[in-house]
Design a protein around this ligand. Structure first.
Ligand code: ADP
Ligand code: MG
Length: 316
């Protein structure tokens, strides 16, 4: 595979396209010389013989907020691992900020999936954020003065200074999540990958964490890849969606992917996508699988983004 193949190509132009894929994407409105945040070109990810998803083609310009949706086991975390250079592709190509993925890329901040810290872990929030500055050295005390300043700024950015000296295991899930985001942002990345950052948070914290990440993206023009079970909490931020089901995928602008037609194709079953009071509700096979619809949310529907293209593909 040659990762340079599609670096400056406006859209992958290869044949044969997946049977049900429409024409390649229209050019995105970005500076012509700016490399995309990520460009997947017929990318396939597999563990041994087990193909997780295949022939994924999607280009995400910088500054966008990409929601990654799909049922458990559909390969959402694997997609982040590919971007991080932790899992190599089995086929196709991927560029991240114009280059093939590589481990330890300082332009990428990562908030891994997380089940909470042990109550007695001997770490303060401030130490956790310090590890983001210099992950291979343990302890806040060894940071330079400039690095300590960056930690303080990151703590302020997530409004966590008040509890930054408490043992991290004693903090609430939402407070822990703020600190983990500060850890990912302290190195000033251009791309932020978040794996189910809303899991096990109550609705108020879900909203706060989403705003924190969405506002970072808007203020810094940073790109966000946000894995979530439920698109509704991120609807007002997510400009793009990639939805993975059973090896198949649909990618594009949020309004174009989350439609009755696209979702029925993805699930290969009749599915109806409804907008109810600014929320997205899916009726049919897909309900509960990738779009969690249990909790009401109070986000407005996304605006704009019509007329753009939806890529669809993957093996049947
Ligand atoms: N290191 C691995 N080795 C083998 N199979 C894996 C590995 N990591 C994940 N898988 C499998 O790949 C599929 C996708 O996993 P994952 O990306 O974690 O899905 P998701 O995050 O959507 O739940 C699952 O079937 C999972 O069991
Ligand atoms: Mg996962």
């Amino acid at each position: 595979m040659n990762a340079d193949d599609n670096r400056h190509a406006p859209a992958p132009a290869h044949a044969p396209a997946p049977a049900h894929a429409p024409a390649p994407a229209a050019a995105d409105n970005r500076a012509p010389d700016e490399e995309p945040a990520m460009c997947f070109d017929r990318a396939t990810l597999a563990y041994g013989d087990r193909v997780v998803w295949s022939e994924l083609s999607m280009t995400v310009p910088q500054g966008e907020f990409l929601a990654v949706l799909g049922p458990n086991g559909s390969g959402k975390t694997s997609l982040l691992r590919a971007l991080l250079g932790l899992t190599p592709l089995a086929g196709g190509a991927l560029d991240v900020l114009g280059k093939p993925p590589r481990r330890g890329n300082p332009d990428i901040g990562y908030v891994p999936q997380h089940a909470g810290f042990d109550r007695d872990v001997p770490l303060r929030g401030r130490d956790l954020v310090g590890l983001g500055v210099n992950g291979h050295r343990w302890g806040f005390g060894r940071l330079s003065r400039a690095d300590k300043m960056r930690v303080e700024t990151a703590l302020d950015d997530v409004q966590a200074r008040r509890y930054a000296d408490a043992p991290i295991g004693r903090l609430s899930g939402g407070e822990q999540q703020r600190l983990r985001i500060a850890q990912a942002l302290v190195g000033n990345p251009r791309l932020l990958l978040c794996d189910e950052p809303l899991a096990s948070l109550d609705m108020r914290y879900q909203q706060e964490i989403t705003e924190l990440i969405g506002d970072w993206s808007r203020q810094r023009r940073g790109t966000v890849v946000f894995v979530t079970h439920d698109v509704n909490p991120v609807l007002s931020y997510a400009s793009r969606v990639v939805f993975v089901v059973d090896g198949r995928w649909a990618a594009g602008r949020t309004d174009d992917v989350l439609t009755t037609e696209t979702m029925s194709g993805l699930y290969q079953a009749p599915v109806e996508v409804l907008r109810v009071k600014g929320r997205i509700v899916v009726v049919g096979e897909a309900s509960g699988a990738g779009l969690d619809l249990d909790e009401p949310h109070h986000f407005p529907a996304p605006t704009g983004g019509h007329g753009a293209h939806v890529d669809r593909g993957g093996h049947a």
